[in-house]
Design a protein. Structure first.
Length: 500
């Protein structure tokens, strides 16, 4: 579409993650260049953060993989530009959600668990999870949590009678919390799990030496200069009905930053995380959001997943080791561990029990990456990095009995502590109707159902949480940005050719 500069709608995008960049690149592609992206942080990328702290190779503090290939626009983009890791290279390994034969499992007595037993339990667990994902579960259990259902199936299986299998099964639940960004599988809805769509093709696609930053750069390079304004936290989005918008104003929207700078606009596309909306929606919009949207923000879940990178002077694990997994006898995943956690808030004193294990990091031969989720992860973020490192080293010594080499560096993510992120990604808590809430979240303002609209599509909503099938992912975020940009483009196309 060709817009003449004096007729161009003015668009302000709030947030420069994949959703914001996807929206901006799409608008630019269609000739809409009267736009600005306001980003609170000092960088674009949001929950994507490629770091190079321990040497030249990239470490990802946020998103690591491109999930699935067929129909994934980010996979296509990365492949076409040679940004993917070469197939077969060691960058393609490290996959937290699947256990490889090279994972070493230890219990807290320092005993390595027999790989055959680990394999039996993890295969059983993965089979159950894939049945749940395909809605192949007992219909009478529909309103249960995933944790309850898994427990009941495990109890019925022969595996539950084999000594030592239960603690491995509990470990599987802990690992699953990474995928679902949840505190516990008991808080997570069974009948909503299948809404997430896994795209065909290998699920874990790793990026090459430029990391995820390389993909972000493809989008950033498509923007006209000065489109991206960093260090610009937005304080309030005034839209139709706000007393601060004068009747004479040509623009129905006014976006005000914390430093006082104002950005009058025809449309604002809000891409801030669900975590930010939960914390700040009541002051971020004037007039306030309608009830349906506020309820959707409250009802959908936004959990924390954190990574702890540990750099050692040299590897102390065998060459064939892909990861060191920690199996507790009475972990936070067991029904008792969970109820104790709720009562005694043990995630504060025993936060480290929520670390699933430490994976070897491709291209960093002396580095391990620990994964931790939920309230324990949020607590871990508040501790000094040195304390986190010491606790991890003592766990590694206790479980493996191996001579742990000198710890040279610690780097952990702090997504929950970040005031402009407030967690990691969306999940669907027990009893929530995800389709209904995601539709309410994505609904533009003023609502299309309202009558006498002065100007439609004043405030639009994108971001990972608004995608009905690909929520939690970078491609979901990116596609939601494209969706909102296309909504605007369609509006102007319809205006140019009014229907008779
Ligand atoms: C640890 C971790 C691992 C992950 N792993 C994967 C993975 O392997 N694969 C995958 O596909 N996905 C993964 N994800 C999820 C993926 O990173 C996100 O779904 C995606 O990046 C979200 O993009 P977004 O644009 O919706 O939101 P964000 O990236 O959160 O972007 C929103 C932007 O808005 C800005 N903002 C917030 N408030 C304001 C304000 N008031 N004013 C101005 N700007 C503001 C923020 O600073 C941020 O830059 C992971 C996430 C985490 C945290």
């Amino acid at each position: 579409m060709d817009y003449h500069s004096d007729h161009q709608p003015r668009v302000v995008i709030i947030g420069a993650g994949f959703a914001g960049l996807g929206a901006a690149a799409t608008l630019v592609k269609h000739g809409v260049t009267n736009l600005v992206i306001l980003e609170a942080l000092d960088r674009a990328g949001g929950r994507v953060l490629t770091h190079k702290p321990f040497g030249a190779a990239a470490l990802e503090l946020g998103a690591t993989w491109i999930h699935g290939q067929k129909g994934n626009p980010l996979y296509k983009m990365a492949k076409e530009r040679g940004l993917l890791a070469e197939e077969g290279s060691n960058m393609v390994s490290c996959q937290p959600a699947s256990v490889t034969p090279e994972d070493y499992f230890f219990n807290e007595q320092g005993k390595q668990l027999p790989p055959s037993q680990v394999e039996k339990v993890t295969c059983f667990f993965n089979r159950l999870m894939s049945q749940i994902n395909q809605e192949d579960y007992k219909p009478e259990c529909e309103s249960w949590s995933v944790g309850e259902y898994l427990d009941s199936e495990f109890a019925l299986s022969n595996l539950s009678k084999a000594e030592g299998s239960e603690s491995i099964y509990e470990w599987c639940k802990r690992l699953e919390c990474v995928d679902e960004a949840c505190n516990s599988m008991y808080e997570f809805s069974l009948n909503q799990l299948s809404l997430y769509t896994a795209l065909d093709g290998p699920f874990y696609n790793s990026l090459g030496s430029k990391g995820y930053q390389g993909v972000l750069d493809v989008l950033i390079d498509q923007l006209p200069s000065n489109t991206l304004r960093c260090h610009k936290p937005v304080q309030c989005i005034h839209w139709e009905g706000s007393s601060s918008i004068s009747k004479e104003s040509k623009h129905p929207v006014n976006v005000v930053c914390a430093d006082g700078e104002q950005f009058p606009a025809d449309h604002a596309i809000v891409t801030v995380s669900l975590g930010c909306l939960k914390e700040r929606a009541s002051t971020l919009f004037d007039p306030p959001l309608p009830n349906g949207k506020t309820e959707a923000i409250q009802r959908l879940g936004f959990g924390t997943v954190a990574k702890i990178f540990l750099e050692f002077s040299e590897p102390f694990w065998p060459d064939d080791c892909a990861g060191i997994q920690l199996v507790w006898e009475q972990g936070p995943e067991s029904p008792k561990g969970y109820s104790d956690g709720c009562k005694k808030q043990s995630w504060r004193s025993e936060w480290f029990k929520k670390i699933g294990g430490f994976d070897c990091v491709p291209m960093h031969k002396s580095t391990l990456c620990g994964w931790i989720t939920g309230l324990a992860a949020e607590h871990m973020e508040t501790l000094p990095e040195s304390e986190v490192g010491e606790v991890c080293v003592s766990l590694l010594k206790k479980f493996t009995g191996w001579p742990v080499t000198e710890l040279r560096g610690v780097l952990r993510s702090r997504w929950h502590s970040n005031p402009y992120i407030r967690g990691s990604y969306t999940n669907v808590p027990l009893g929530v109707d995800a389709v209904k809430e995601q539709m309410a979240l994505a609904e533009p303002l003023p609502s299309t159902y309202q009558r006498k609209i002065q100007q439609p599509l004043q405030v639009l909503f994108a971001g990972e949480a608004t995608h009905p099938n690909f929520y939690t992912t970078t491609h979901g975020a990116y596609m939601s940005g494209i969706r909102e940009a296309e909504r605007l483009i369609k509006l102007y196309e319809n205006k140019a050719q009014p229907r008779l």
